[in-house]
Design a protein around this ligand. Structure first.
Ligand SMILES: [Zn+2]
Length: 583
């Protein structure tokens, strides 16, 4: 068996691992790369395998960094089943539709700008229709039920306690070993591992045995912060902020984090008198159309709730609603929130502030010292959220500099990811210890530190995956690096350069616009004309550059790329030896 780590290898996003057995090829997740422009450009790169050759896909959960490139897979010829839990199938529908809608809208905006300047245009990565087409291939499987998906490969989903429907996956894979004897390898993919005692969700389920484990390490070096401490802190922040007439802005993923926050805030209204008094007559707004739909899906999937939430439902109470809660679906209501000066709480998406309505709320609220911004989830490197959480003094939002005067809090206990101890306990429960543990889905330090902790505390060798690479699971494990050909690397640079150029172009247009607006009596017409000319020339130059870049045809690279992939997926050859390490 060979595992190629195609995504979430050098970061936390783009989860995608290709498993090649004697007879089959399948994927674990097929997520979007997110964060900065370079990562986003990676979504347009060809897959390092032919999607039409895949037999099936296993989807661990519905977050976009795990499912976001599925439509691309179908668009490029994949016709097998995508196995996942029921709730994941429900949530994947809204997430993929939303993701496609964002692609369409962003591409249209970019194309319009580029076309006006005589530059390049390109289709969206995938359309809403292509996302809908993908839903046909989703094939739900109940938690805990073993299913033989092809002859010799059986899978089983276990609760991962990360978002509704999230799972770790057990796979029993029958193959012939090197001596030609029948053998079975149990592969376990952790998915994203959640925390214990979260609202609504059941606790992560431990897996009792495995030969080979692929596990996430988002917080591989982060010590324990309890949710309860953070909930008290959230209560205090909200009370302080509304008392001084401010607004609390909470960036949160529409799916998962928002519903858990609603559950928590409901409990504060009921159990925390100081909070209930301070918030009397005030509103908690959830400003994200997707969050409302996701909340409906949460309500509908009560069969996978934890006991506390199920009991609430049985008592006739809704764990996700309370007086004072308001969803704003349309754009007008969303804009009105920023005109409304009443102290309030606004929960909005995206969770890492790189897109969506949250950017407007930050622009309108960050500059005012009465307000607070509270992060409740992981902020990936390069995102607007990460800059703010790290304490930057000025940020640029929609082309405008905003000076940060609001109070900024980062409450890590709300995170949907297990901390170091949580990950360690999950791994320690696998007995006897697995033969190989591969660490993915984390930043470099986190993976390296966790590998050291695992070795020291559990005596197991864990291998941090730091770049796209493949491993041969045989008696002797060997890792092969340097899979990305020079051409791949060049392609990535080109995609990156292209999106930077588009950015420069947009900024230039903005400068032009501002220059015209700020013209006053002392600015002569001739002066404005000069500035115009300079900017137009700069625009022309960037467009010329981008057309050079675009001449490099990404789509024509696809065929060649499969050959590379086929080559690298094979046995280690002499020329690859320097990149191959036997473990
Ligand atoms: Zn996730």
């Amino acid at each position: 068996m060979n595992i190629r780590f195609c995504g979430a290898a050098d970061g936390v996003t783009g989860s995608c691992h290709l498993v090649t057995t004697e007879r089959y090829k399948f994927l674990l997740d097929c997520g979007m790369f997110q964060g900065n422009k370079k990562n986003e450009a990676r979504n347009r790169l060809p897959f390092p395998f032919d999607p039409a050759e895949l037999d099936f896909v296993i989807l661990s959960h519905a977050h976009v960094d795990h499912c976001g490139r599925l439509p691309l897979l179908v668009k490029q010829g994949f016709r097998g089943y995508i196995y996942c839990t029921d709730a994941t199938a429900d949530l994947a529908e809204i997430i993929l539709r939303d993701s496609a809608y964002i692609q369409e809208r962003d591409t249209e905006y970019r194309n319009k700008k580029n076309k006006r300047g005589g530059g390049w245009t390109e289709p969206p990565i995938y359309t809403v229709n292509e996302a809908i087409e993908t839903l046909k291939y989703l094939h739900p499987v109940l938690y805990g039920s073993k299913k033989e998906v092809v002859e010799g490969i059986t899978i089983c989903f276990r609760e991962a306690g990360h978002i509704l429907g999230s799972s770790s996956v057990e796979m029993w894979i029958k193959e012939k070993d090197e001596q030609g004897r029948d053998s079975e390898t149990k592969l376990v993919f952790s998915g994203d591992i959640g925390t214990f005692n979260r609202p609504i969700l059941r606790d992560p389920q431990y897996i009792d045995e495995a030969d080979v484990v692929i596990m996430e390490t988002t917080y591989g070096n982060r010590p324990l912060v309890t949710r309860r401490d953070n909930l008290e802190e959230l209560s205090e922040i909200i009370v302080r902020t509304v008392k001084r007439g401010g607004t609390v802005v909470i960036p949160a993923f529409s799916v998962g984090r928002t519903q858990e926050l609603l559950f928590d805030i409901k409990s504060l209204y009921e159990k925390d008198k100081v909070f209930a008094d301070a918030m009397k007559g005030r509103k908690v707004y959830v400003d994200s159309p997707m969050a409302e739909t996701a909340t409906e899906i949460y309500k509908k999937n009560a069969q996978v709730y934890d006991e506390e939430s199920r009991d609430m439902l049985l008592r006739g109470e809704n764990p996700l609603s309370f007086e004072g809660l308001e969803f704003t679906r349309d754009l007008f209501d969303s804009q009105m929130l920023n005109k409304n000066k009443d102290p309030k709480v606004i929960i909005s998406a995206s969770g890492m502030c790189d897109a969506g309505r949250i950017k407007h709320h930050l622009k309108h609220n960050l500059w005012d010292a009465r307000n607070s911004v509270v992060f409740v989830g992981y902020q990936a490197e390069g995102t607007l959220g990460r800059y703010i959480a790290d304490g930057t003094e000025d940020v640029k939002i929609f082309g405008e500099m905003v000076h940060v005067r609001a109070e900024i809090y980062d409450l890590k206990g709300f995170s949907g990811h297990a901390d170091m101890d949580g990950l360690l306990n999950w791994l320690a429960a696998i007995q006897p210890p697995p033969r190989a543990v591969f660490l993915v889905h984390g930043e470099e330090d986190s993976k390296k530190d966790f590998a050291a902790t695992v070795e020291q505390k559990l005596g197991i060798k864990a291998i941090p995956i730091l770049e796209e690479c493949s491993v041969n699971i045989a008696e002797e494990l060997s890792v092969k690096k340097g899979l990305r050909s020079e051409e791949d690397a060049r392609l990535e640079e080109i995609m990156d350069m292209r999106s930077r150029l588009a950015d420069i172009h947009r900024n230039l247009e903005h400068i032009l616009y501002v220059t015209q607006l700020s013209a006053d009596d002392f600015t002569t017409e001739a002066r404005i004309r000069d500035i115009n000319d300079i900017i137009l020339q700069l625009e022309k130059d960037t467009l010329n550059l981008s057309s050079v870049v675009t001449d490099y045809d990404v789509n024509n690279r696809r065929g060649a790329n499969f050959e590379d992939a086929a080559k690298t997926a094979g046995e280690d050859t002499a020329e690859g030896a320097e990149n191959t390490a036997v473990l």
